[in-house]
Design a protein around this ligand. Structure first.
Ligand code: IVH
Length: 710
């Protein structure tokens, strides 16, 4: 029978038997996580969760010291080396640091140091404060000033021989500088990778079909432990020195003095290191470094405080795996593990359906996170934007345990799924095909990851945006009716859809609270607004089509469609009938319009398929008069052709030329490409004429144009 899981029982409530079972469980779990982290460079839980497991282990041990296991995680540092490299036994063990998670923990640490050394209250105790680099530690042994070997930490006692690889790092000198160098000198520090190098490496890996690294630390670890040193060399690893191991003659008496010396003999040391003479100063440096964190260009996960006087460090010594004279003040984690309780669909201003994970609340980077974006349908399925698998193709399901990340101001994201914890009952998520806000059908265009609501005119999630577009300059162009008015009238329920704009005055006459009484309005401005609305009661067909805000239907396409159908009645009937399917005559007619491809046709058809859109349009048509458009002639010799006018035209203005060509069913473009069918060039034509020659496009003079179209 597997041991019972008591993980939810608080430490102070555990019976002795439960405590024993918990220590067994934690030892196993932590060992497994250590293996994944140190040997496989592929952790599956966040640092915060790992720390929480360790803390729980330590707290239970503190309550039940007699239960401490001989292989307790509190006595181990990291995991034994993997065996690919030669082993090196460290002359001085490479230990770890105790963690502080709050200002109280730091205060307690300083008090402990003072108590231990019996330092009187009025005596100053100085500490260095420096970033805790999130990489992997490395020990470099110099003998006679020459690099003898480099070794990873391994389990703290024995590490891996990575000498050949470390020799390729720019930051690691082959020979030390300066006079009076100690005969033996081990310099210790952190190997890390810059964010920019990490991203570039992952890009290269992805392009080569190689696995990508989860973060810069794993990437630095993986890069240092390459069999081929040339590969390490290509990874641009960096190194900050922060300490030392065996040293035959210690040249300084303080930590800060030693770091300065280490800089002088040829290493890079962290420029943010400060000497602090009070707890306040230590905490101020912590906050300062935390504030700089996002802009450093490399990962740090806290601030390390070290007692400055080396003789005092000596007296304090070590306890189990860490020195008593130093502590790591960790930043609140930016990643954490939690559960997806539900998946919600939000509808954006443009109708995009965005899935949002509703999470079991969890603290990430010091902020409680309850929602995280899931981007789109494919992201949930484990498919990236480029169509390739992400998260090894693992999908996200309700009930899943996931890793969430919060970086800076960015919306929290669900990064990964902990598959081991997936409940048996969890089913693949079915993305809705109707809009959860208005019930209209939601469609995905080919090649698009986003599914969109088609209820443009009636979907509350989109209405404000649609109204703003409806009154904009190239649409209805209603003076004095801008974004501000749209927002305000919508909020008050006065204008919910386009038709409401044209009934505003009528309703205002009957209303008790008149528009003129609103703040910022007066008799005159209201009169002007109503006049501006009246002036647009008559509108050309192409402007109306553009104003509907159908996806992919900008001014040009609106014009092409308007010219083809001529009247709003023909258009409404034709496009509604086209909804019967791509085989229908009406659909075929639509895509036969020169310049209208399938993407545009489908968007238009989807709009007219939605009954509520048609109803909203009909309500609008009750209020306005649509001017028919002269129909383009499909029998003209330039119907469906793309024409470019260039040079100075002598017999017509550019606008006339354009209108004429469009009436004849041509499309007028601004520049010449291989899609251009005809270039009409007047005197002084320049680069467009050259382009035409380059693409082999037929060029006509103005007279030849008139002859062609008669
Ligand atoms: S001092 C005796 N200083 O953090 C311990 N460590 O959890 C000496 N680290 O293994 C460590 N930046 O890999 C120290 N500025 C820094 C550090 C640092 C990162 C790492 C190091 C160590 C781990 C301890």
């Amino acid at each position: 029978m597997p041991p019972r899981d008591h993980s939810s029982i608080p430490v102070d409530k555990l019976t002795e038997e439960q405590a024993k079972a918990e220590l067994d469980r934690l030892a196993k779990e932590l060992a497994a996580h250590d293996r994944r982290y140190y040997q496989e460079d592929a952790p599956i839980i966040s640092d915060a969760d790992y720390d929480a497991l360790r803390r729980r282990n330590n707290a239970i041990e503190a309550r039940f010291p007699e239960l401490i296991r001989s292989d307790s995680p509190s006595r181990k540092v990291g995991a034994a080396p993997t065996g690919r490299f030669g082993k090196i036994r460290h002359a001085v063990p490479m230990l770890s640091l105790d963690n502080a998670f709050s200002e109280e923990d730091v205060t307690e640490f300083v008090a402990r140091v003072r108590r231990f050394l019996k330092i009187p209250e009025d005596e100053t105790v100085a500490f260095t404060a420096e970033p805790k680099i999130d990489g992997l530690s490395l020990s470099l042994r110099y003998e006679g000033g020459k690099l003898a070997y480099g070794a990873t930490r391994g389990d703290g006692e024995t590490g891996e021989d990575v000498t050949a690889n470390v020799r390729t790092l720019d930051d690691i000198p082959e020979r030390l500088k300066g006079r009076k160098l100690p005969e033996v000198c081990e310099i210790r520090g952190e190997v890390y990778m810059l964010h920019s190098d990490f991203l570039a490496l992952n890009k290269r890996q992805a392009e080569a079909g190689e696995p990508v690294y989860a973060n810069p630390r794993n990437s630095a670890a993986g890069s240092l432990r390459q069999k081929d040193a040339a590969v390490t060399a290509s990874r641009r690893l960096k190194f900050f020195a922060y300490g030392w191991g065996e040293i035959s003659d210690v040249p300084e008496t303080t930590q800060s003095g030693m770091i300065e010396w280490i800089g002088e003999i040829g290493f890079r040391t962290n420029p943010l290191l400060r000497l602090c003479r009070s707890i306040e100063q230590m905490l101020a440096v912590y906050r300062d470094i935390e504030g700089k964190r996002a802009k450093l260009g490399y990962d740090i996960d806290g601030v390390v405080y070290k007692l400055d006087r080396l003789d005092w460090q000596q007296r304090l010594g070590f306890v189990s795996r860490s020195p008593r004279w130093a502590i790591a003040h960790k930043f609140a984690a930016e990643k954490a593990t939690t559960i997806v309780n539900d998946i919600d669909i939000q509808v954006g201003r443009t109708g995009a359906l965005t899935p949002v994970a509703k999470l079991e609340p969890v603290t990430v980077g010091g902020v409680v996170v309850q929602n995280a974006t899931l981007h789109n349908e494919d992201y949930i399925k484990g498919i990236g934007n480029d169509g390739n698998p992400i998260r090894n193709g693992v999908d996200i399901r309700i009930g899943d345990t996931v890793i969430v990340q919060r970086a800076g101001d960015v919306i929290p994201q669900v990064l990964d799924v902990v598959l081991d914890k997936r409940p048996k009952s969890a089913k693949p998520y079915r993305f809705p095909t109707v809009c959860p806000v208005c019930g209209s059908h939601a469609v995905r265009e080919e090649g698009e990851a986003v599914r969109r609501c088609t209820g443009g005119l009636i979907c509350p999630a989109q209405q404000v945006e649609r109204l703003r577009h409806f009154v904009s300059r190239d649409a209805f162009d209603i003076e004095g009716f801008g974004e501000k008015q749209v927002q305000a009238f919508f909020a008050d329920g006065l204008v919910m859809e386009p038709a409401d704009i044209f009934t505003l005055e009528k309703r205002d006459r009957r209303a008790t609270k008149k528009l003129a009484d609103r703040e910022g309005y007066g008799e005159v401005s209201v009169r002007n607004l109503f006049a501006a609305i009246e002036a647009r009661r008559k509108i050309p067909l192409n402007r109306l089509i553009y104003a509907l805000g159908i996806r992919h239907v900008g001014e040009t396409n609106a014009k092409l469609i308007a010219r083809h159908y001529g009247t709003i009645e023909a258009l409404r009937d034709g496009l509604t009938a086209a909804g019967k399917g791509p085989e229908s005559e009406a659909y075929q007619e639509l895509i036969s319009i020169g310049g209208i491809g399938e993407v545009v046709a489908d968007a238009v058809v989807e709009f007219f398929k939605e009954k509520r859109n048609r109803e909203a349009l009909d309500r609008l048509l009750d209020e306005i008069e649509v001017e028919p458009m002269e129909q383009a002639r499909s029998d003209s010799p330039v119907a469906g052709k793309t024409v470019v006018f260039t040079g100075s035209l002598e017999k017509m203005t550019r606008d006339e030329a354009k209108a004429m060509a469009e009436r004849l069913g041509a499309r007028v473009a601004g520049s010449v490409s291989k899609k251009t069918d005809l270039v009409v060039a007047g005197p002084g034509a320049g680069s467009k004429l050259k382009d035409a020659q380059k693409h082999g496009v037929k060029v006509l003079s103005e007279d030849e144009w008139f002859a062609l179209v008669k």
